[in-house]
Design a protein around this ligand. Structure first.
Ligand SMILES: *Cc1c(COP(=O)(O)O)cnc(C)c1O
Length: 352
């Protein structure tokens, strides 16, 4: 790729903040100044990437990402702390997950170092788009795609690794709690499929059930396993937990579930706070009996679920004050935003 001739990042002449109404942020794209892009040509590793102004990219109509969905994505956030530092949350985990996904999809992946460096460069280049403390985060979307042309189904021989950024607020904007609909017709993952990697092919099939649920007034869909239809798996873009007594449970990562970094972090935080944490197959009936239910993910953070509807029956859960989900939300976001000391070594400060 050619080095961009436009002036790059941390340039003077721009104010501390971009012109954004920070109080109105939801989870939608606000294009920012720069994106990172690196290419990998036949048989070689990824070349060093460059920052270029955020723009449309050129792809052959016959590229494997467009023809056969040979693509992966990641999602992570950069937070501005109250004392004006910039923190990433466990970015190596995203890099490792992309590597795992790349192996499943026969793709060349950037190294963990290149991935994390690309994310850092993208954040710094778009520093003025990181929301003020308490107003949201700069969401980073690393992507990996097969870019060479092949008419038959096969792995590409060339790849593009790209990272763009957008300031975001709440994922389910305007919804303090989630009302989930159990989906018993469509499934998101099949055994030995790609449910446990962030492959682009996992998401378009969820659009229809999601749209149908939203049209009925629900916030999101809870998918069941595709073999028996008896066990809960996850929500369209986040993992799910239930609390019963002093035990939090979440479906085990059996190959169908996306192994969320937030999920993994919440399990550790819950254990540190004295709760028992179980990863197991959870029959949908168990959930109806829960004290609390909540979803976890980079986008949703920790979102309390106020109801789950299954076959026209609605089950309700405790939300708000004095809930375990609220306690875990505070513990997690405290670390992510730098207001609580990070004893876990999860945050990575970006030095500008
Ligand atoms: C990304 C994602 C999650 C959450 O993963 P995090 O690493 O916590 O952001 C959960 N489920 C699905 C289907 C996802 O795509």
């Amino acid at each position: 790729m050619q080095k961009s001739s436009e002036s790059i990042p941390h340039s003077s002449g721009v104010g501390k903040y971009a012109d954004v109404n920070w109080d109105e942020l939801g989870f939608s794209l606000t294009p920012t100044d720069y994106m990172y892009m690196a290419q990998c040509k036949e048989g070689l590793n990824f070349a060093q990437g460059t920052l270029t102004p955020f723009r449309n990219i050129e792809l052959s109509p016959c590229s494997t990402v467009l023809q056969y969905g040979q693509g992966l994505f990641e999602g992570l956030k950069a937070y501005r702390t109250a004392d004006d530092r910039i923190l990433l949350f466990r970015p190596e985990e995203n890099a490792l997950r992309m590597k795992k996904g790349a192996d499943r999809m026969c793709m060349q992946a950037p190294s963990v170092e290149q991935f994390v460096d690309a994310v850092k460069q993208t954040v710094l280049a778009n520093k003025r788009w990181i929301p003020p403390p308490g107003k949201g985060a700069l969401y980073l979307r690393p992507m990996l795609m097969g870019s060479s042309s092949h008419l038959g189904v096969q792995a590409a021989t060339e790849y593009i690794f790209l990272v763009f950024a957008s300031p975001v607020g709440s994922y389910h904007k305007g919804e303090a709690t989630l009302n989930l609909l159990v989906e018993n017709k469509f499934h998101r993952a099949i055994p030995s499929g790609t449910g446990d990697v962030k492959a682009v092919v996992n998401y378009s099939p969820t659009v229809k059930p999601l749209a149908q649920a939203k049209a009925k007034g629900f916030s999101d869909v809870l998918f069941l396993d595709s073999v028996t239809g008896k066990y809960i798996e996850e929500v369209s873009a986040c993992n799910i937990f239930m609390l019963k007594g002093d035990v939090i449970s979440t479906p085990a990562t059996n190959g169908n579930i996306l192994p969320g970094i937030t999920r993994k972090s919440i399990i550790e935080l819950a254990k540190n706070s004295g709760y028992k944490a179980e990863e197991r197959a959870i029959p949908v009936d168990d959930v109806f009996d829960a004290d609390e239910v909540f979803c976890t993910g980079t986008g949703v953070v920790v979102s309390p679920v106020s109801s789950i509807t299954y076959q026209d029956k609605r089950y309700e859960y405790k939300t708000g004050k004095d809930t375990v989900s609220q306690q875990l939300h505070a513990a997690l976001t405290g670390i992510q935003t730098g207001s609580i000391e990070d004893k876990m070594g999860w945050t990575v400060e970006i030095q500008s």
